[in-house]
Ligand binder design. Structure first.
Ligand SMILES: [Zn+2]
Length: 434
């Protein structure tokens, strides 16, 4: 068994791992590095899909596998862009099937050509997927900040390889349940290698449950309702559980709900169609209709509205950035509140974009409630729990920068693994043979 660290092993983003067993080669995840992309193309008029692949490779925005042999299948753990965003760049060269859950498939499909779409196969959690005569894969449900995330188990004669990126353990999620029973069974049957995210392993303790986010949101929403007029909020457009909480609370306060921004449109509609999201009387708008909506809010009494908008990372072109830049006939007042139900993704580009946007918003006098959020990534004790359940022979930390990978090594050593012997530190482009 050979594992090639393609992307995501020396920075957060462009995750991709290749696994070679016998004559077969499988790719797990295939994402973009959003901050590298934004740094070079944030103000570019062209859409991501119009930028040549070699340019994206040059700026480190997509993974760069050196393999010349064909990829037999792509296995997708979940629908975040840093795990799916580069797929369109590989599906013409490697005419392989892509296996993903329904929600991930829906997100992937938004970016593919008609021909590429024919290669997407929706999986469910109950069935094993035969890939080649000697290899099969199984998707096990796990909680994360997006619906239908999976831990992937590749079964082979050489042993099982389990891939866990990204995940957290949250027993109070309303839309996902981690299948602990199946994970323990897999552990008992024997795991040769675990490839595992390391983003928050350096944080002591356990990540807070989504129920903490629900309590935080309830708290700040009722405060804003009593002490202000318009309430706006922003969060990740694929975090349907969070979107649900924000909308449910706004609905309880009797506010009219408007969701604005192009990325919310397909994701929320898909969520409603799949029974993952319930939008009571909410209307979703984007494009030219926005000006009409803003004038409705100004005329109809801003205290009667709740507005969910894009822009939690200060992305140029998002609704919140454009409001901050006075690009609409719409003005915020000192009685309006903005809830950031997100934390800043810690990259230089995001930090700079968001702080600039917040400065501009403050110039409007608007009041800001930041970090009304819990993370979707496992902290140290959840990682320890995963190791204990799976009891892998080898561990390869992925999805992190040097500091995060090193934090994983520390935990692995505590659990009895030895660096370079049973826990392996890989960098983009390096290979380990087990
Ligand atoms: Zn993720």
């Amino acid at each position: 068994m050979e594992i090639e660290a393609v992307g995501g092993y020396e920075g957060v983003g462009r995750n991709m791992t290749l696994v070679r067993i016998g004559n077969s080669q499988l790719a797990i995840d295939c994402g973009i590095k959003l901050d590298s992309y934004l740094l070079y193309y944030g103000k570019d008029e062209r859409d991501f899909e119009e930028i040549p692949t070699e340019d994206l490779l040059r700026v480190g925005a997509i993974p760069d596998p050196h393999t010349r042999s064909p990829i037999d299948a792509f296995l997708i753990s979940h629908g975040h862009l840093d795990h799916i965003g580069a797929l369109s760049r590989f599906l013409d060269k490697h005419k392989a099937p892509v296996f993903a859950t329904a929600y991930s498939s829906g997100l992937i499909s938004q970016k593919l050509t008609k021909e590429q779409l024919g290669r997407i196969f929706e999986i469910d959690y109950k069935h094993e997927i035969p890939i080649t005569p000697s290899l099969s894969a199984e998707f096990v449900q796990v909680t994360h900040s997006i619906p239908q995330s999976s831990i992937i188990d590749i079964h082979s004669k050489e042993g099982d390889l389990v891939y866990a990126a990204d995940f957290k353990f949250d027993d109070d999620s309303k839309i996902a349940k981690t299948d602990y029973k199946r994970l323990k069974e897999i552990g008992r049957q024997g795991v040769k290698a675990l490839v595992v995210e390391s983003l928050d392993v350096g944080k002591e303790g356990k990540s807070y449950s989504e129920k903490v986010a629900r309590a935080k949101i309830r708290d700040v929403m009722s405060f804003a309702h009593e002490n202000g007029k318009l309430i706006m909020a922003t969060t990740f457009s694929t975090h349907l559980e969070r979107i649900q909480t924000l909308i449910t609370e706004a609905d309880k306060l009797g506010r009219k709900i408007i969701i604005a921004g192009s990325s919310y449109m397909p994701n929320c509609s898909m969520g409603v169609n799949m029974g993952l999201l319930d939008l009571p009387e909410a209307s979703i708008v984007a494009g030219k209709k926005l000006d009409r909506v803003f004038s409705k809010i100004e005329k109809g009494g801003r205290e009667n509205y709740f507005l969910l908008v894009t822009g939690h990372q200060g992305e140029p072109g998002s609704i919140l950035s454009r409001i901050a830049d006075n690009q609409f006939h719409f003005h915020l007042t000192t009685e309006d509140f903005i809830i950031f139900s997100s934390s800043t993704i810690p990259t230089d580009v995001n930090i700079a974009n968001k702080s600039q946007m917040i400065d501009k918003l403050k110039n409007h006098g608007v009041r800001i409630l930041d970090d009304v959020h819990v993370s979707g990534h496992a902290n140290k004790e959840e990682h320890r729990k995963l190791i204990k359940m799976l009891n892998p022979e080898h561990i390869i930390p992925c999805h992190g920068d040097a500091r995060m990978l090193a934090s994983y090594l520390e935990l692995a050593e505590e659990e009895g693994y030895r660096v370079s012997d049973t826990v392996h530190l890989l960098r983009n482009g390096s290979i380990v043979e087990l």
